[in-house]
Design a protein around this ligand. Structure first.
Ligand SMILES: Cc1cc2nc3c(=O)[nH]c(=O)nc-3n(C[C@H](O)[C@H](O)[C@H](O)COP(=O)(O)OP(=O)(O)OC[C@H]3O[C@@H](n4cnc5c(N)ncnc54)[C@H](O)[C@@H]3O)c2cc1C
Ligand SMILES: *[C@@H]1O[C@H](CO)[C@@H](O)[C@H](O)[C@H]1NC(C)=O
Ligand SMILES: *[C@@H]1O[C@H](CO)[C@@H](O)[C@H](O)[C@H]1NC(C)=O
Ligand SMILES: *[C@@H]1O[C@H](CO)[C@@H](O)[C@H](O)[C@H]1NC(C)=O
Ligand SMILES: *[C@@H]1O[C@H](CO)[C@@H](O)[C@H](O)[C@H]1NC(C)=O
Ligand SMILES: *[C@@H]1O[C@H](CO)[C@@H](O)[C@H](O)[C@H]1NC(C)=O
Ligand SMILES: *[C@@H]1O[C@H](CO)[C@@H](O)[C@H](O)[C@H]1NC(C)=O
Ligand SMILES: *[C@@H]1O[C@H](CO)[C@@H](O)[C@H](O)[C@H]1NC(C)=O
Length: 546
C-alpha cells in the first residue's frame, strides 16, 4: 500500500488503458474465454504469473477454486452457472488487466473477498462472467503507534483479529462475529459486531481506502472525494468498483474481557426474561453486548415443544463488575459466575465466533483458512430491526408460530443502542441507528436435505416467508428495515424505475441515503458495468428531474 506501488500501478494502468480510452460501452457479443485469456496475456507484464493465476473449466483446479469460500452449500448444486474464467491476482496491475479484459469482451464481473454473500452474488451471475477472486490480496499491516491498520480486501476478519493480537492486546478493530467473513464485503455493507455498542459500526472506523474505478484508476479517499468514500462505507462496494484495501482506525480494549453464556427455556421464565431484555439491554453500559439465539426444540424425549434462548455476551471488563451490573439492571437473567469466563479480546473472538472451540484453543486458529473454523452451512436467511419492545402476548404468539416449524429455524437477536444511537442515519449509507433496540436474523437450514429445492426445503422456505409476514406488526416499519449484508433477493430485484427500486432500496438504506447512492452511482459508473440483481441502479432520467 505504499506510494511507489501506487505510482507503478498508475504507470502500467496508463499503458494498458491507452488503447481503451474512456469508452466503456456494453459489448453486444458472446464472450469467449480463449479471447479473454489472450487479452490477459497480451496486456500483462509477466505472462507466466498471470497464467498461473487464471483458471478456466479446462483446469482441474477450476471447480475447487470456485467452490473455495462458497460456504453455503445451496450454491454448489450443478445447476448453478459457473464463471467462464476465474482470476486470482497477486497485485493491483493484474486487477486492472482483469477489469480491462472483462469490459472489453463484454463479460459481467463478480468480485469476491470472503465469499459469505447470502445470495451468492460474489460468485455467481446468470450472464457469462469473470470471477475476480481477491484470495491472494490479503496483506495486513498493523501500526500500533498510530492505531491504524491497512488491510487488503481479501483478508478475513479472523486474520485481521489475529494480526492485531500479534502486536498488541489493548487495541482491536470493531468488526463482525464470524472470523471467516471477508473485510471486502463486510465493511462495504456497514458491518456490526461485538464492539458495536461501544464503538458503532465497522465502517464508522474506516479512515481511507484504495479503490479501482470502472476506468481502472486507483483512487484513495482524497482523490475520489467524500461522496464516493461515503458510498463505499455501507452502500455495497460492488455497485461502484473494486475495493483494494482499507485503512482502519483501531480502538482501545481492555486486556481482559468477560464472555458469558446461559440457556433459558420457556419453562425457566423465558418469555418474562426476553420481555425485560428488550427494555434493559439496549440501555445498559455500552461496555456490554448480548446476542440471544432462539431455538425451537422438544423438551427432553417428549413431543412437547419449548423455546430455548441462548444468551451470549461480551463485557469489556472483569466478571465482578459485570455481575454487579447485571444484578442491578437485569436480575431476571440471574447471571452468575458459573456462566462467565475471563479472557483476552482476541480469545473472545474465537469462542464467540465458533462456540465449538474452548477458550484454550490457540488463537492462531482465527487465521487458519484450512483449519476447523471454516464451517459450512446450507440455509436461507432474512433480517429485521425491532424499535418497539414486543409485548408478552406478542412474544407468546411468536413462539406459537415458531412451533409450526420442524425445528430447523434459527433466529438471533443482536443488541443495539450505545454508540449506535449517537451517529446520524446519514453519516454513512447504513441507516439502522438511533432507536433500534435489536437486529433480528432469522433463517431455516437445509442441512439434512440434498438441496434447497427438495419438497421439504421448499416447504421450509415457504414457512420462513410466512414467518416473515407474521412478524410485520412487531418490527420496524416505513420502511421495514433490512441489513444489506444480510441481502435477500425476496425483497425485490426490479430496478427499471426509482419507484420499483425503492421497494427494496429503501429497506436497506432508507430514502435519503438510497437517493444519494443513486446520484453517486450515476457519476462513477454511468454505464452500469458494476451490476448484480440488487446493485444501485442507473436511470435514464436524473433524480433531480423526477
Ligand atoms: C456465517 C456468517 C456470519 C456473518 N456474521 C456477520 C457479522 O457478525 N456482522 C456483520 O455485519 N455481517 C455478518 N455477516 C454478513 C457479512 O457481512 C456479509 O455476508 C458480507 O457481504 C461478507 O463479506 P465477504 O467479503 O465475506 O463476502 P463476498 O461474498 O466476497 O462479498 C459480498 C459482496 O461484497 C462484494 N465485494 C466483496 N469484496 C469486494 C471488493 N473488494 N470490492 C468491491 N466489492 C466487493 C461482492 O461482490 C458481493 O456483492 C455474516 C455472514 C455469514 C455467512
Ligand atoms: C514472473 O512471475 C513468475 C511467477 O510468479 C516469477 O517466478 C517470475 O520471477 C516473474 N518474472 C519477472 C520478470 O518478474
Ligand atoms: C490452466 O490451463 C492452461 C492451459 O493448459 C494453463 O496455461 C494454465 O497455466 C492453467 N492454469 C493454472 C492455474 O494452472
Ligand atoms: C504516524 O503517523 C504520522 C502522521 O501521518 C507519521 O508521520 C508517522 O510516521 C506515523 N508513525 C508510525 C510509527 O508509522
Ligand atoms: C445450551 O444448551 C445447548 C443445547 O442443550 C447446549 O449444547 C449448550 O452447551 C448449552 N450452553 C450452556 C452455556 O449452557
Ligand atoms: C418468573 O417471573 C415472574 C415475574 O417476574 C416471577 O414472579 C417468578 O418468580 C419467576 N419464576 C421463576 C421460576 O424465575
Ligand atoms: C430418551 O430416550 C432414549 C431412548 O429411548 C433413552 O435412552 C434416554 O435415556 C432418554 N432420555 C431422557 C432424558 O429421558
Ligand atoms: C439463580 O442461579 C443460581 C445458580 O445458577 C441458582 O442457585 C438460583 O436458584 C437461581 N435463582 C433464581 C431466582 O432462579
Amino acid at each position: 500500500m505504499n506510494n511507489s506501488r501506487l505510482t507503478s500501478s498508475l504507470f502500467i494502468f496508463l499503458s494498458v488503458f491507452a488503447s481503451w480510452g474512456s469508452s466503456s460501452s456494453i459489448f453486444d457479443v458472446t464472450p469467449n474465454s480463449e479471447d479473454f485469456i489472450t487479452c490477459l496475456q497480451s496486456n500483462s507484464i509477466n505472462t507466466t504469473s498471470i497464467s498461473q493465476l487464471t483458471f478456466t473449466s479446462s483446469n482441474s483446479s477450476f471447480l475447487p477454486n470456485w467452490e473455495a469460500r462458497i460456504n453455503n452449500f445451496k450454491f454448489l448444486k450443478p445447476s448453478i452457472p459457473k464463471p467462464s474464467v476465474i482470476v486470482t491476482p497477486v497485485d493491483e496491475t493484474q486487477i486492472q488487466t482483469v477489469l480491462f479484459c472483462t469490459k472489453k469482451l463484454g463479460y459481467e464481473l463478480r468480485i469476491r473477498s470472503g465469499g459469505h454473500d447470502f445470495e451468492g452474488l460474489s460468485s455467481i451471475a446468470l450472464a457469462p462472467y469473470v470471477m475476480l477472486d481477491l484470495v491472494n490480496m490479503r496483506s495486513i499491516d498493523v501500526n500500533v503507534a498510530n492505531r491504524t491498520a491497512w488491510v487488503q480486501a481479501g483478508a478475513l476478519l479472523g486474520e485481521l483479529y489475529y494480526a492485531i493480537s500479534q502486536k498488541t492486546n489493548t487495541l482491536y478493530f470493531p468488526a463482525g462475529i464470524c472470523p471467516t467473513v471477508g473485510i471486502g464485503g463486510y465493511l462495504s455493507g456497514g458491518g456490526y459486531g461485538n464492539l458495536l455498542r461501544k464503538y458503532g459500526s465497522a465502517a464508522d472506523h474506516a479512515l481511507d481506502v484504495r479503490f479501482m474505478d470502472v476506468n481502472g484508476n486507483v483512487l484513495d479517499r482524497k482523490s475520489m472525494g467524500e461522496d464516493l468514500f461515503w458510498a463505499l462505507r455501507g452502500g455495497g462496494a460492488s455497485s461502484f468498483g473494486i475495493v483494494l484495501g482499507w485503512k482502519l482506525e483501531l480502538v482501545p480494549v481492555p486486556e481482559i474481557v468477560t464472555v458469558f453464556r446461559k440457556n433459558v427455556t420457556l419453562e425457566q421464565n423465558g418469555t418474562e426474561i426476553f420481555y425485560k431484555y428488550q427494555y434493559v439491554a439496549p440501555k445498559m453500559d455500552r461496555n456490554s453486548i448480548m446476542r440471544i439465539q432462539v431455538f425451537n426444540e422438544f423438551i427432553g424425549n417428549t413431543t412437547t415443544k419449548t423455546i430455548r434462548m441462548y444468551f451470549e455476551g461480551l463485557y469489556l471488563g472483569r466478571t465482578n463488575t459485570l455481575l454487579r451490573m447485571m444484578d442491578q439492571s437485569f436480575p431476571e437473567l440471574n447471571l452468575t459466575r458459573e456462566f462467565c469466563e475471563e479472557m483476552s479480546m482476541v480469545q473472545s473472538s474465537l469462542v464467540l465466533g465458533d462456540p465449538s472451540f474452548p477458550s484454550s484453543t490457540p488463537t492462531k486458529m482465527l487465521a487458519d483458512r484450512t483449519g476447523g473454523i471454516v464451517k459450512h452451512w446450507n440455509n436461507k436467511q432474512k433480517s429485521d430491526y425491532v424499535r418497539t419492545p414486543i409485548s408478552k402476548s406478542g412474544l407468546r404468539k411468536i413462539w406459537k408460530k415458531i412451533f409450526e416449524n420442524d425445528n430447523t429455524l434459527f433466529m438471533a437477536m443482536y443488541t443495539f443502542g450505545g454508540k449506535m444511537g449517537e451517529v446520524s442515519e446519514t453519516a454513512t449509507p447504513y441507516p439502522h441507528r438511533a432507536g433500534v433496540l435489536y437486529q433480528v436474523l432469522k433463517g431455516i437450514t437445509f442441512s439434512d436435505q440434498t438441496s434447497d429445492t427438495t419438497p421439504v426445503s421448499l416447504t421450509r422456505i415457504e414457512w420462513l416467508r410466512s414467518f416473515d409476514k407474521f412478524l410485520e406488526p412487531y418490527v420496524s416499519r416505513n420502511p421495514r428495515e433490512a441489513y444489506l449484508n444480510y441481502n435477500d433477493l425476496d425483497l425485490g430485484v426490479d430496478s427499471g424505475s426509482y419507484e420499483e427500486a425503492r421497494v427494496w432500496g429503501d429497506r436497506y438504506w432508507k430514502k435519503d441515503n438510497f437517493k444519494k447512492l443513486i446520484r453517486i452511482k450515476a457519476k462513477v459508473d454511468p454505464e452500469n458495468f458494476f451490476r448484480h440483481p440488487q446493485s444501485i441502479p442507473v436511470f435514464s432520467t436524473s433524480l433531480a428531474d423526477m
